[in-house]
Ligand binder design. Structure first.
Ligand SMILES: [Zn+2]
Length: 461
């Protein structure tokens, strides 16, 4: 018996978790948190659809919390199996899961002081449970085929963030081998720092992400994309505030700012990375040379550190972060989190949004129901920490820094298939993007069977 069930990231872009059942063995591919508005977050508290004690192993495509952030909860619910991922993913997980647990604990404490409308007085999970999850992890390098019970598993470079992988699972069925390819999140071609997504030439069943199934990213270089915003910041002597994801996006922005300085396109101005995690993550990005692309290699050969340049300061302590409230422009503050749903960016928003000399620059996807989406859609007043905040800042967005391929990039990657998959399931996309992606695949590859995964749908194969 072979079946696949979508336990999340179907009709939405978070909560990636796919259950693969091979005879009596169950494994999960990814184990993510639902993120975004309160309705989505509430799903993290729902009863887990399978008894975690029955799950033998979890295979993780990459470290982003929408793919991994539920692991400590799974452990709390009794999961005692192994968690497999690439070495760099595991290093990132050490940072991200501990931070996630810390945020869960903080949110519960805040609620218990009566300040939050969140109905949960207990954290979703604790630091101890995150530590337990980390204890259950095992590293599998790219390209090594791991035998796990009846299945074989391989991690293939996906070019999305450090350590990211497509996961290929091979399982027996009626004396034959059947292969599955889980894309996790699809990276981009020609993005700085990391290698391009590896070509995959065949799979019987393909689970394809579709975050940007309806979009074409701008064809600008990173420098072309953010130079106008930096220029505006210089003209206004204001603050260029960039809500950025700690993993990937922050490093690409630093890489780009350093390029702009090297090319003398901008003068040296203070740039603050206001995130203790970003410092650690940036070290990891620098460390894993084997995942670097050619441009990065060349830079390093010339003795340059891509993540260090004059004017750049990493901010670790809360006090240093608060002190930035008084810093006068022109300056750049890069702070997490990227969708403005929490983290240090919140106090910068409270402080800087009313000021017309602020430029708020979004460099990534803003999920529905998030404060980031609200601001992007032109809200003139938003609520943060129960305060009404007037929005006088200029709101801008560039999508060059997306770590997800757009639909032409996905189609390019799909062109690597020498044989069409028996069935392709579109996951990890809001309904409109998934529908659009289905249309694009249908046009380019007539004859492919493409289905939009439905939440909790179970497919017998
Ligand atoms: Zn991701």
């Amino acid at each position: 018996m072979l079946s696949l069930q979508f336990l999340g990231a179907a009709g939405t872009v978070t909560g990636s978790r796919f259950l693969l059942t091979v005879d009596d063995a169950k494994v999960l591919i990814d184990c993510g948190l639902f993120q975004g508005g309160s309705e989505l977050k509430e799903r993290n508290w729902a009863l887990f659809p399978v008894d975690p004690k029955e799950i033998q192993g979890v295979f993780v495509t990459h470290a982003h919390l929408d793919h991994t952030g539920y692991l400590p909860k799974l452990v709390e619910l009794g999961f005692r199996g192994k968690i497999f991922a690439t070495p760099s993913t595991l290093d990132l997980l050490g940072i991200l899961l501990r931070d996630s647990a810390h945020l869960q604990e903080e949110e519960a404490a805040y609620h218990n002081r009566g300040k939050l409308c969140c109905p949960h007085a207990k954290p979703l999970y604790t630091l101890q449970e995150a530590e337990q999850a980390l204890y259950q992890t095992h590293a599998v390098p790219y390209g090594k085929v791991l035998e796990f019970g009846k299945i074989k598993v391989e991690f293939i470079s996906a070019g999305h963030i450090l350590g990211s992988a497509f996961i290929r699972v091979t399982a027996p069925q009626n004396g034959k081998e059947v292969s599955f390819l889980f894309t996790g999140d699809m990276g981009r071609y020609h993005s700085p720092i990391l290698n391009d997504p590896a070509t995959v030439s065949e799979a019987d069943y393909l689970l394809m992400e579709s975050t940007y199934g309806d979009r074409i990213h701008e064809k600008k270089t990173g420098v072309e994309a953010i130079l106008p915003a930096v220029q505006e910041c210089l003209d206004l002597s204001g603050c260029l505030l960039i809500p950025a994801f700690t993993v990937g996006r922050t490093q690409e922005i630093l890489y780009t700012l350093r390029q702009m300085l090297d090319q003398k396109l901008i003068p040296q101005i203070p740039v603050y990375v206001d995130s203790p995690m970003a410092v650690d993550v940036t070290h990891l990005y620098a460390e894993y040379h084997e995942e670097h692309d050619l441009d990065m290699e060349q830079l390093e050969k010339q003795g340059h550190s891509p993540f260090r340049f004059p004017g750049l300061q990493y901010v670790r302590t809360t006090q240093e972060s608060k002190d930035l409230n008084h810093a006068k422009g022109p300056l750049i503050i890069i702070s997490a989190n990227g969708m403005c749903t929490g983290g240090r960016i919140m106090h910068h928003l409270v402080n800087r949004l009313p000021d017309p000399s602020t430029i708020l620059l979004f460099v990534g996807y803003q999920g529905s129901g998030t404060r980031g989406r609200e601001l992007l859609e032109g809200a003139k007043m938003i609520t943060i920490f129960h305060q009404k905040i007037e929005v006088n800042a200029r709101i801008k967005q560039v999508d060059n820094f997306s770590a997800h391929g757009d639909y032409p990039e996905i189609l390019k990657w799909l062109s690597g298939f020498k044989k069409q998959p028996l069935r392709t399931f579109l996951v990890h996309g809001e309904p409109e993007s998934a529908r659009a992606m289905k249309g694009h695949i249908g046009e380019k590859f007539p004859g492919w069977t493409v289905e939009i995964a439905q939440d909790m749908q179970k497919v017998e194969l």
